[in-house]
Design a protein around this ligand. Structure first.
Ligand code: HSE
Length: 291
């Protein structure tokens, strides 16, 4: 019997659409695994009623299949599905790390990233690694076709999850087909600044680097109150604000001393737009851990 805790994550971080990701110190999924002749899955916790337990339809079942590692798997969801906080990726990451250990498969953490991404594709339709990479490796990650890079960072963050539904397919539908050369120059500049900011663990530079004039503005209309929440977070001291993953969660980077105020300001701004919301004060944290 093995227990694995795998963290929520935030993909894109504004300028790194489908590439950047960050592990969040909390919330997390906790997954218990035991070797078995065939895979059985039980799901409890946040939003578990929406998650299929049939291994054919569950992200974790696909990971067990890919590793030829059947198991009894009990998932306790700390990360609500469809939040923009890498819920299915957290479960897939935990399963990949746990089953690799349980069956002595000997894969490195980096090798487990594409395996978990395939698992995640069962529910999301697309094998993006920008959420599974941070859930497995921790820190800030850069997931490309050719592999994944990571940087240790501990930037303070606030995630604010409004009580609205945004489907990932709708959020991908509105992504523009192209960008102008000016927009490209701006996004490359932001992405580079963000990466340097992570290496320096500098919330100002990371916040600046979250600016994105291409994908984020196109998605903002799907999140009632987004512009007001963004403005309120900046007024309270946030250094950068953007949509977390495909939304609806909004994520802000800030200095430690401003984090509580930023969280309160974001919730208040959502409420002013008639949307209930919950903020979580967190930071960039470690990847999946085996207990
Ligand atoms: N990079 C993805 C997106 C994350 O923004 O659509 C959600 O799968």
């Amino acid at each position: 019997m093995l227990t694995v805790r795998a963290p929520a994550s935030s993909a894109n971080l504004g300028s790194g659409f489908d590439v950047f990701g960050a592990a969040l110190a909390r919330p997390a999924d906790v997954v218990r695994l035991r070797r078995a002749d065939r895979t059985e899955i039980k799901v409890t916790g946040a939003g578990s009623q929406y998650i299929p337990e049939d291994p054919e339809d569950n992200t974790v079942g696909a990971v067990a299949e890919a590793l030829s590692a059947p198991a009894h798997i009990q998932i306790d969801k700390g990360v609500r599905p469809a939040s923009g906080l890498g819920s299915s990726a957290a479960s897939a990451a935990a399963a990949a790390v746990g089953l690799n250990e349980l069956y002595g498969r000997g894969h490195t953490r980096a090798e487990l990233v594409p395996i978990a991404a395939e698992g995640e594709a069962v529910v999301s339709g697309d094998a993006h690694a920008d959420n599974v990479a941070p859930s497995i490796l921790g820190g800030f990650t850069v997931a490309r076709e050719d592999g994944v890079e990571r940087i240790d960072a501990s930037i303070p963050l606030v995630t604010c999850l409004p009580d609205i539904v945004v489907s990932t397919s709708d959020a991908r539908e509105v992504v523009p087909d192209g960008a102008t050369m000016d927009q490209l120059v701006d996004v490359v500049g932001s992405a580079a600044a963000l990466t340097v900011g992570m290496a320096r663990d500098d919330p100002e530079l990371v916040g600046d680097g979250m600016e994105d004039g291409v994908v984020t503005p196109a998605r903002a209309d799907l999140i009632t109150g987004y512009d007001a929440v963004r403005e309120a977070a900046f007024d309270a001291g946030a250094t950068g604000v953007t949509i977390s993953g495909a939304g609806p969660a909004v994520i802000a980077a800030c200095r430690e001393r401003d984090r509580r105020g930023v969280a309160a300001a974001m919730v208040e701004a959502f409420e002013a737009a008639d949307v209930d919301a919950r903020a979580l004060q967190t930071r960039i944290g470690e990847g999946a851990t085996i207990h």
